[in-house]
Every structure is written in C-alpha cells, then in structure tokens.
Design a protein around this ligand. Structure first.
Ligand SMILES: NC(=O)c1ccc[n+]([C@@H]2O[C@H](COP(=O)([O-])OP(=O)(O)OC[C@H]3O[C@@H](n4cnc5c(N)ncnc54)[C@H](OP(=O)(O)O)[C@@H]3O)[C@@H](O)[C@H]2O)c1
Length: 236
C-alpha cells in the first residue's frame, strides 16, 4: 500500500465518491469528508472491507472551524496530506433575475470560500514538506456562458483565478495545483428529469475520477495546470 494521503472534500456522493474509490483502488490512503456522516462512514467501510485504509470525517467546507479541525485531525492521524481534492460544490439553477442574495451566499460560501479555506489549511504543511498537490474540481462554467448558472459560473471562475494565483506562488515549493473543468456529469447535482433525458450523453463521475488520478500520477517534474473535459456531443 502507498502511504500517500489524499483528502477528498464532498465525497458523500457523485464525483467525490468516485474520486475516493479511484484513489483508494490505486493504493492511496483516502480521507473522505462531507456533511452526511452515514454516507461517508459507509464509503470508508467499503474501502476498509477491501483491505485498504480510509477515514471518514464530517467537514462543512463553508465553516473555517470545521475545515481547520478536519485538517488537524488528518495530520494527527497520518502526519501528512499529499493531495487535497477540492470537490465539494453546489449549484442553484436560476436566472440572475430570479437569484436571491441567499442563493449567492450559499453557492459562493461552499464553492469559492470553502475551496479557499481548504486550500489555505493544507498549504502551510505542503510548503514545509516541499511537495503536495491540490486538485480543484471546477466546471466548464468557469469559462463558458451557460443558462441559469450565473452565480455558479462566478464561483468557479473565482476559484480558477484563485488557483492560478496560488500556483504562481507555490510552484517553487514543488507544489502542484491542477484545475479540472468538467462539462455535464450524471450526478445528483442535476434533477431526475434532466438526468433521465441526457444520461446517455452526460459523462460519468468515474470519468472525472480517472482524470484526477491520472494528473496526480504524472511524473514529479510535470504539473498539469488545467484540464477541460466535455461530453463528446458538447454542453447540454
Ligand atoms: N455534475 C456535473 O455536471 C458537474 C460538472 C462540472 C463540475 N461539477 C462539480 O463537481 C463537484 C461535485 O459535484 P457532483 O456533480 O458530484 O454533485 P453531488 O453528487 O451533489 O456532490 C456534491 C458533494 O458536495 C458535498 N457538499 C455540498 N455542500 C458541502 C459543504 N458545505 N461542505 C462539504 N461538502 C459539501 C456533498 O456532500 P454533503 O451533502 O454530504 O456535504 C456532495 O458529496 C462540484 O464541485 C460540482 O460543481 C459537477
């Protein structure tokens, strides 16, 4: 077993869950976090049943205290965080005219502030270790105009800008920052009707997980900066 520790946020369902499974199958120790404890405990149990190491911790990425205590617990248990996968994210499908301030706060607090808090919380240790990798799950919405997604796009574009600045600062410490920008993926983020209608066209969460693992396993001297992946037939 590899002793590298990979922290996946928002691992209860969808892309995060598949990322945790893919990294675990590849032999890494995975720490799965999110708000729904029972799902995380089940996932970690499944991984342990297969003979691999995993921990499940409740972490609300929008809460600074929750993120800090999670980071502390991971470091107390394993002494290292080799990879943070900023995957936790939400959306509200509304036009800008319909969007309320509370919708803005909800999406920005999780997608942008949450990723910022997690990134900040691991970077000091990574700088000391002079290595580490942060993989952000963004969206094509970061650089494409999609319907009913203005605030979501804003949160992902903000994280893209934050990551680009952070990468410039920390590459001298051998720290890698990769942004993955997927198009539509069949997960609970979409309502049942849309999933049913487009399920043959949407990518699967396993596709994004495979890409995250691939970029993590690139040679030490290679930093994959941005990956854009879309359904073959384009956006919905
Ligand atoms: N599906 C797509 O088409 C698509 C395309 C491009 C990018 N993405 C991105 O992929 C990521 C994963 O989304 P998904 O499609 O897999 O949807 P999903 O199945 O709804 O997963 C979202 C995850 O985020 C977690 N989460 C939400 N709020 C959180 C919070 N405050 N703190 C911690 N975790 C939180 C949820 O777990 P808990 O509820 O247990 O906390 C859940 O595990 C998101 O960043 C999304 O923007 C999705």
């Amino acid at each position: 077993m590899n002793n590298k520790v990979v922290w996946v946020t928002g691992a209860s369902t969808g892309i995060g869950k598949e990322i945790a499974m893919a990294f675990s199958r590849a032999g890494y120790i995975v720490v799965v976090t999110g708000r729904r404890k029972s799902r995380l405990v089940n996932l970690a149990g499944e991984i342990k049943f297969a003979g691999r190491e995993a921990s499940a911790l409740v972490c609300n990425v929008a809460s600074e205290r929750s993120v800090q205590s999670t980071t502390k617990r991971i470091l107390e248990k394993y002494g290292r965080i080799d990879c943070l996968i900023n995957n936790a994210g939400v959306t509200v499908f509304k036009s800008l005219l319909e969007t309320k301030v509370m919708d803005y706060d909800y999406v920005m607090d999780i997608n942008l502030r949450g990723a910022f808090l997690c990134m900040k919380s691991v970077l000091n240790k990574m700088v000391k270790m002079k290595k580490g990798h942060i993989i952000n799950i963004l969206s094509v919405a970061a650089n494409t105009v999609l319907d009913n997604s203005a605030i979501y796009a804003c949160s992902k574009a903000g994280l893209l800008a934050l990551s680009n600045s952070a990468r410039k600062e920390v590459r001298k410490y051998n720290i890698k920052i990769t942004n993955i920008l997927p198009g539509a993926v069949e997960t609970a983020m979409w309502d049942a009707r849309t999933r049913q209608k487009y399920k043959n066209r949407m990518m699967n969460p396993e596709d994004v997980a495979a890409m995250a693992l691939k970029v993590f396993e690139m040679p030490k001297k290679v930093m994959v900066e941005d990956i854009i992946m879309r359904p073959q037939k384009g956006d919905l």
